[in-house]
Design a protein around this ligand. Structure first.
Ligand SMILES: Cc1cc2nc3c(=O)[nH]c(=O)nc-3n(C[C@H](O)[C@H](O)[C@H](O)COP(=O)(O)OP(=O)(O)OC[C@H]3O[C@@H](n4cnc5c(N)ncnc54)[C@H](O)[C@@H]3O)c2cc1C
Length: 467
């Protein structure tokens, strides 16, 4: 089998790259390891909010670049960040021309694009017929109309390399290893969030204690193959994820506890403690940072979220995926008591430790000194709320990993780079498997969809330019 281009993976990155290649006159094939008609991948599971650091992807390039530089504290690779920002709006316009649809929604940081039809925010994995599912099917149909191919059940095992140049792939198809030759190969396999060994190696030794809040397909095959071919891997340490209800890991029926409810807002105003009643981390830095900090603790399955009745009836009720009432409806653990001693006993926390922590927090909120607590308690954009109005509540929580940051080093044409900076001829990468756009002390998350959309386009155009 011979093609101009092979894309490894039928998520948004692979499908966009292959379609753009076909538009540019190249014969492409997408190899997708899953065999179902609506094979699962992170692109199908997605909530569908397309953003750059939670800002509108259609903002002018210069403005987006400043947002990336500020958010990542200058850690994003400068040229790549510029190319990314400058092509963000065009990627959205290109998707609309392909038949993609979106609506504007009010996200906490401003207006954002959401793929349409929008998610209904029902509990559990409710992706069918929603924007991402629709767009994946549209892109596959477009690819076929353009005379290119999409193969299900084709699991790429290795890159075919000749004298340091990538000349195709070896894929397992119907039980047989087949060589597929191509002038260029785009790795678009979705990163490594489902591969616990890789999560342990690159992110946290506590990988076994995380909820994989993602598709089972992201096994890091692309990163492994790229490294074998001599590519540089970098940018590890953090991930995109959220704090999640711990029952999602420890009790059956957990699928109804992720991706929603979204408990980030409760954690951001509440108190997160260990079994000895002491605070775990700075809750005010937001859900993504908290998920990362929890993942690095001694016992990521030992954290409990504490809050009072005011929080339960205000913050916990806000938003389409609110914890109240989703937690009640799912029958997940929710401890409730009229005093902290009883709450602590029910939740398996030291009563004296919890009481001391609550006293300290309430006092600091009253004095305006919460930011001086240890651990620090950031008070913006959401301030801590006192734990003072009974009944009091406790929810067991843990950390959920959705998408990995860090991976294959690329240049502005998405060419895979060697450690010394030269590129590997014929090898490209796009989507969640790449590094270079994230980082900084706030663990700035670029946006999994924007990485797939923009880098999908840029990789195809890079291949066309390479000739
Ligand atoms: C629950 C959830 C909610 C999310 N919400 C948002 C959101 O609102 N906004 C946002 O920006 N991001 C969100 N994301 C992240 C975003 O959806 C992903 O980062 C993005 O879709 C990744 O696209 P991709 O094409 O790189 O990878 P994927 O969509 O994961 O596609 C990779 C494909 O490669 C295939 N594959 C893997 N290995 C091989 C192999 N060896 N051979 C052949 N095929 C292979 C896989 O089966 C898969 O189909 C969310 C993710 C999840 C799970």
């Amino acid at each position: 089998m011979q093609f101009d281009v092979v894309a490894i993976g039928g998520g948004f990155a692979g499908l966009i790259a292959a379609n753009r290649c076909a538009q540019l006159g190249l014969r492409a094939v997408v190899l997708e390891k899953e065999s179902g008609e609506r094979y699962l991948c992170n692109s199908r599971y997605t909530t569908g909010i397309a953003h750059i650091l939670f800002q509108d992807m259609r903002l002018p390039g210069g403005q987006l670049l400043r947002i990336i530089e500020k958010g990542t504290e200058g850690e994003a690779a400068p040229g790549l960040a510029r190319a990314f920002a400058e092509n963000s709006r065009r990627a959205i316009e290109w998707l609309v021309a392909e038949g993609g649809k979106y609506i504007m929604v009010n996200a906490p940081t401003g207006k954002s694009i959401m793929l349409a039809p929008p998610r209904r925010f029902n509990q559990g994995l409710d992706w069918e017929g929603r924007g991402a599912d629709f767009l994946l099917r549209t892109l596959e149909a477009n690819l076929r109309k353009r005379g290119s191919s999409f193969m299900r059940g084709a699991a790429v095992q290795a890159l075919a390399m000749t004298n340091g140049t990538c000349v195709g792939v070896d894929a397992l198809i119907e039980g047989k290893l087949e060589r597929i030759e191509a002038r260029a190969v785009i790795i678009a396999d979705g990163g490594f969030s489902s591969n616990r060994d890789m999560v342990r190696k690159y992110i946290t030794p506590r990988a076994d204690s995380l909820l994989i809040r993602a598709s089972h397909t992201a096994m890091g095959d692309g990163m492994r193959m790229a490294e074998e071919a001599g590519a540089k891997l970098h940018g590890f340490g953090a991930f995109y994820g959220h704090p999640v209800h711990r029952d999602a890991v420890t009790r059956p029926g957990h699928r109804m506890l992720w991706p929603f409810p979204m408990i980030d807002p409760i954690t951001q105003v509440g108190l997160v403690v260990t079994p000895d009643g002491k605070r775990v981390a700075d809750e005010g830095r937001g859900g993504i940072v908290l998920a990362n900090l929890l993942a690095q603790t001694e016992d990521p399955l030992g954290a409990t979220l504490i809050f009072d009745d005011v929080v339960w009836n205000t913050v916990a009720r806000k938003g389409p995926a609110a914890g109240n009432p989703m937690i009640l409806k799912s029958g997940a653990t929710l401890h409730q008591a009229s005093d902290l001693t009883t709450l602590a006993a029910n939740a398996g926390i030291s009563a004296s430790g919890l009481q001391a922590t609550v006293n300290e927090l309430n006092g600091a909120i009253a004095d305006g000194t919460a930011e001086s607590l240890t651990p620090r308690r950031t008070m913006k954009p959401m301030a801590a709320m006192p734990v003072s109005t009974p009944p009091f509540y406790a929810i067991p929580i843990c950390s959920g990993i959705t998408a990995t940051m860090g991976g294959i080093a690329i240049d502005t044409d998405c060419r895979a780079l060697r450690p010394e900076g030269s590129h590997i001829p014929g090898l490209f990468a796009a989507g969640s498997t790449v590094a270079g756009l994230e980082g900084g002390s706030q663990m700035a998350y670029m946006g999994g969809l924007s990485k797939a959309f923009v880098l999908g386009l840029l990789s195809a155009e890079g291949i066309a330019r390479a000739g």
